[in-house]
Design a binder for this molecule. Structure first.
Ligand SMILES: *Cc1c(COP(=O)(O)O)cnc(C)c1O
Length: 412
């Protein structure tokens, strides 16, 4: 069959990628924890990795595999491994692939909880350099003989800095460094992760991918473009698999099985249902973000707007190239000192004051006093987060209504 466009393929993925029985259009949720075998030799073969199958659902089940198949396909990756949350995916990946004495280079513009987790890794003997990833030269300046991994996000939150992905990918490829990209902000419909030579993707499925604020999940996608045979942290016991499966095998054993942050079957079903409308939602969200950023940029109650879609944004041209002509669904802004931030947010009617992003609903929150409170003033300044910065995650409502709501609240 001729390949359809991505938006069409997403709608039919569950029945075409996974081929559920009896004409069902969804893979059935499988809640079985255990799996029995008529011949114990088959049980042994699955345990030893000589045969495909499931033995215990903390490690795998038909439900998790069905979602993994879809996610690997849409990110053009080789293998996907799903987890209970986005943070579980990130922490499992790091714990399974790094060891004490390694050096990693990480973007200083990071999701707050990821920053907190990586700060903890330092206590386990991992050396970290935080850099400004909008310029590849900053990466080259800190790489050492023991550098194992480079980690960044595509569009940072809340500052909307866009990483120099193509150049970082080229640099990592020519220096045999593992390039891990958190593409939560720019799933497959926006970014071609293979084109920027990302080796592993981590995505919070809780955000745009599922979209409805009713399920948590995360994934690690192995893009199949990294030479794991040169990666000296692979345990001997996992060296008997195909070379391109070395990384994923270790992530599934040490990361998923041993840490145990497994995605529930019902969650996998909800995520694959959300994924069907990803393209349509994401396009509407990006369109709304652009319109609202343009509105805010011209409003005299607003002193600053951060959105890659605005021509004055420092990475505007780069973003346009990377994200298929789109600029993502997050924007941040600051109000004139004459307007009280709390009163403004409390005066909003349709827009919800809540943390979370990538939801169908437009959400707003002050960031320094909430999601980046624990990071403290020093880290916030490093990340470009002022005390009065407000973040918006655009939803799929009509842009006129979002602008109307902002207008009335700004004039209270
Ligand atoms: C939300 C988020 C995460 C963590 O995902 P959870 O599913 O909430 O654990 C990681 N990275 C980014 C960029 C995020 O926005």
């Amino acid at each position: 069959m001729k390949r359809k466009k991505l938006d069409s393929e997403l709608v039919h993925a569950d029945r075409q990628v996974n081929l559920p029985q009896s004409g069902a259009v969804h893979e059935a949720s499988n809640n079985s924890v255990l799996f029995h075998f008529d011949d114990v030799a088959d049980l042994e073969a699955v345990f030893q990795g000589k045969k495909n199958g499931h033995v215990y659902s903390r490690s795998s089940s038909s439900s998790s595999v069905a979602l993994q198949n879809i996610l690997a396909k849409f990110e053009s990756g080789k293998y996907a491994t799903v987890f209970s949350t986005g943070m579980a995916a990130i922490s499992a990946l790091m714990f399974s692939l790094l060891k004490s004495g390694d050096h990693i280079v990480v973007s200083k513009f990071l999701f707050g909880n990821t920053r907190s987790f990586i700060d903890s890794l330092m206590r386990f003997g991992i050396d970290v350099d935080y850099i400004d990833t909008t310029k590849v030269d900053n990466l080259a300046a800190v790489v050492k003989h023991n550098t194992k991994m480079v980690f960044c996000e595509s569009i940072a939150n809340p500052g909307t800095q866009v990483a120099d992905l193509k150049n970082i990918g080229d640099y990592c490829a020519s220096n045999s460094l593992l390039f891990v990209l958190d593409n939560t902000m720019t799933p497959c419909v926006l970014l071609d992760a293979k084109a920027v030579k990302a080796n592993l993707l981590t995505t919070s499925l809780t955000k745009y991918v599922s979209g409805h604020g009713n399920v948590l999940g995360g994934v690690v996608v192995d893009m199949g473009n990294f030479d794991w045979t040169g990666f000296d942290n692979i345990y001997d016991v996992y060296k008997n698999v195909e070379p391109d499966a070395l990384g994923t095998t270790q992530i599934r054993k040490k990361g998923l099985r041993d840490i145990g942050a497994t995605l529930a079957a019902q969650s996998a079903h909800l995520i694959s249902t959300g994924l069907e409308t990803l393209s349509m939602r994401m396009m509407k969200i990006c369109e709304n973000a652009l319109k609202v950023s343009q509105f805010l940029a011209t409003h005299n109650g607003v002193t600053k707007v951060l959105y890659p879609g605005l021509p004055e944004h420092q990475q505007h041209v780069l973003a346009k190239e990377l994200f298929n002509g789109n600029f993502g669904g997050i924007l941040s802004f600051e109000l004139d000192a004459s307007i009280d931030v709390r009163s403004f947010i409390n005066a909003l009617d349709m827009i919800l004051s809540a943390t979370h992003l990538g939801d169908n609903r437009t959400l707003i929150l002050p960031v320094a006093s909430t999601i980046f409170y624990e990071n403290g003033p020093e880290q916030r300044e490093e990340m470009g987060i002022s005390d009065t910065l407000i973040r918006m995650s655009l939803g799929i409502e009509n842009a006129d209504d979002i602008i109307q709501d902002l207008t009335q609240a700004l004039h209270m």
